[in-house]
Design a protein around this ligand. Sequence first.
Ligand code: COA
Length: 297
Amino acid sequence: MADLGQQSGLTFRQDYFADPVAWAGLVDLLRDTFSIDISLQDQFGGPDPTSMPFGYFDADGRCVANFSAFSMPLIINGRTVKAAGYQSGAVRPEWRGRGLYRDLMQRAFAQTKAEGFELDILLTDKPVLYQPYGFKTVPQRIFAGPPPKMIGSFPRARPLSLEDAGDRDLLKTLLQSRVPVSQRFAVASQMEMFYLNARFDPDVRLTLVEYTTVVAWKYDGRTPRILDVVGKTIPSLEAIQSALGVPSSRIEVCFPPDQLDWQGMPEPHQGYTSLMMRGDVADDSGGPIMLSPMAEF
Ligand SMILES: CC(C)(COP(=O)(O)OP(=O)(O)OC[C@H]1O[C@@H](n2cnc3c(N)ncnc32)[C@H](O)[C@@H]1OP(=O)(O)O)[C@@H](O)C(=O)NCCC(=O)NCCS
């Protein structure tokens, strides 16, 4: 691949997370670009060990451009799919328009192709960047409708606090042993993004149900919105809503609800970003889907 780095006085580096200074360089780049602090992951075991970062660094060691791939196994229609996710794409303003991002995308896509990933997936507010590489936007749907009738007893439930080290450990254990929240479309296993999404969005509530299951949800005072369910089994929506203790006339679920013993109607989801995929599996994923907001990356 043409060495853009030499032409521009930058150093190309890949798989550099073991170097704390380079990792800090990426933290700075993403803080300056997106106002997010990915170093919060350090409280939760550090970055995803499957990450494959590709970056350019200047003479002072600043990370000026990055694009990362990572392994993100998905369950689609009951089958485990070897999928690669792409994230942390940014170029510092003074370095834009010189082809650095194109170069990093091409390197990342070549690497995941060589490693035999069968599906590529990303979320973006700039779909046009990825269309030339065969990515297509997949419309997402939330599932909504009247909640199930609550006839059972109220399971024991309490809020989980990520400020509390014991609760963090418990969440980690549950994430490590979780079953996918849907057989239609869900991450098979992913911890780091769940944690970051819970930290980034103060409206996300985490409720521990029966000591064995964490429900991530939001509530605007009228409609509970279920974002994800983490545990070794997935309780019915009736049990979940009983545990949350918020009766309502409508409930919304942000993933296909095939495990919840409840049917919601798919409705268009107005998100800030588009879900894009490429690969044969993407073409025949069939039917309405949504990636749990807790798996967003
Ligand atoms: C978007 C961004 C990463 C592009 O970086 P860059 O190094 O300037 O991009 P490049 O010069 O390598 O251009 C790559 C291609 O993207 C196109 N492109 C660049 N910026 C674009 C933008 N904002 N919108 C649409 N297309 C864009 C270029 O025309 C080029 O197309 P080509 O390959 O057909 O010639 C950079 O502007 C950035 O960091 N923006 C803020 C963060 C962001 O939006 N990141 C992407 C999140 S998914």
